[in-house]
Design a binder for this molecule. Structure first.
Ligand SMILES: *Cc1c(COP(=O)(O)O)cnc(C)c1O
Length: 357
């Protein structure tokens, strides 16, 4: 930190992304990326012509892609906002609705970025504990008189709320925005999208990073009432009007044109998830029921950190969090069938050695 940094940022605790090591080839099950490439249509869509057009700015209104997403999700283009990854939208939501002493509430165990944004924007953040089984009790979020941020499915647990539970939260906090982060919804959870037509305070955040296998393209979107979308645009046009680059806009549209490909892969990943969960259970793991593209699991005898380390030594990366409330667990991204077979074989060996120590 330099001596020039504003005091306001001196105490920031920035988000720590999962490792992206370059030293050797790992089976990467630590940042919830897709094991499958984007559709052939996406790969074809970004050609020489688009490269040459990079001299031009991208469309600040993202018109074509917004219209495609609106048609795909049965809403109007005015209900869609696009951004350079969904973290940007979450950032704007904190900036817009609970900065400078504004109040927010989110689960105490959830996507780590919520707390980072709360710190960055000076939000008075209430962190609500999960139940012992790591589920969210929706009743904890009723009539809070605060901005509410919930990931559904939640991360890193994979557990879900029902749409009617979310509706209760949205209804009872009518004077505040409720942000539902649906980063993982395509892997088998139920979207609360139909509610945006009835509640002007519901902001749904989605990303291409997980279910559409485009984490590196940086593309996120929000679905909400026109008023909330206008708010996000107001902030975007006050900071970075060209927030989505030309190549990503083209790739994002091609992805929607070939959306069956992506949704098939999501079903495949969900099937692999269920199979892997069974295998882990048989190895003595307690596995939280997940509707996301990851599993959150702890072993009956071995420590979470040891499992993380032994897997890494054998070329498999998973995500371990040192937070004492969840340090017995590892979050394991669901990869391809073969990757998960290798994971299960490797864990079988590790558990065998671990219990004979
Ligand atoms: C991955 C993730 C995001 C961020 O996605 P980007 O679009 O890549 O910025 C947001 N929320 C949750 C819960 C996530 O897991």
């Amino acid at each position: 930190m330099s001596r020039f940094l504003s005091e306001r940022y001196a105490s920031l605790a920035p988000y720590v992304p999962g490792e992206q090591p370059r030293d050797k080839k790992y089976i990467k099950l630590n940042t919830n990326e897709s094991p499958y490439p984007p559709s052939p249509e996406v790969i074809k869509a970004v050609g020489r012509e688009e490269m040459a057009d990079l001299r031009l700015y991208s469309d600040p209104d993202c018109k074509i892609l917004r219209e495609k997403l609106a048609a795909r999700y049965g809403v109007e283009p005015e209900n869609v906002y696009l951004s350079n990854g969904s973290d940007d939208i979450l950032s704007f939501a904190f900036m817009a609705y609970c900065a400078d002493g504004g109040k927010a509430a989110f689960p105490a165990i959830s996507y780590g970025f919520y707390k980072v944004f709360a710190n960055l924007y000076g939000t008075d953040a209430m962190e609500i504990p999960l139940k012992a089984d790591f589920s969210i009790d929706y009743r904890d979020y009723l009539n809070l008189d605060r901005t509410v941020i919930i990931a559904n499915p939640n991360a890193p647990t994979g557990r879900t709320l029902t749409v009617s539970e979310i509706e209760e939260i949205v209804k009872s906090n009518a004077d505040h925005v409720v942000v539902i982060d649906e980063a993982y919804v395509d892997f088998g959870a139920e979207t609360c999208l139909p509610l945006i037509h009835r509640y002007d305070n519901l902001l749904i955040v989605r990303t291409y990073s997980k279910s559409r296998a485009m984490a590196g393209a940086r593309l996120g979107f929000a679905l909400a009432s026109k008023g909330l979308i206008d708010d996000l645009n107001r902030l975007k046009f006050s900071t970075n009007p060209y927030n989505v680059n030309r190549l990503t806009l083209i790739a994002g549209a091609a992805a929607i044109d070939s959306d069956d490909y992506f949704m098939d892969n999501c079903r495949r990943i969900a099937a692999t998830r269920e199979k892997t969960a069974k295998a882990l259970t048989a190895l003595g793991f307690a596995v939280i029921p997940s509707k996301a593209n990851f599993l959150f699991a702890k072993h009956e005898t071995m420590k979470g950190e040891a499992i993380y380390r032994l897997l890494k030594e054998r070329g498999i990366l998973v995500r371990h969090f040192s937070d004492p409330r969840i340090c017995d667990y590892n979050r394991i991204t669901v990869g391809s069938e073969t990757e998960m077979e290798t994971l299960v074989d490797t864990l079988t060996a590790i558990v065998k050695e671990g219990t004979t120590l």
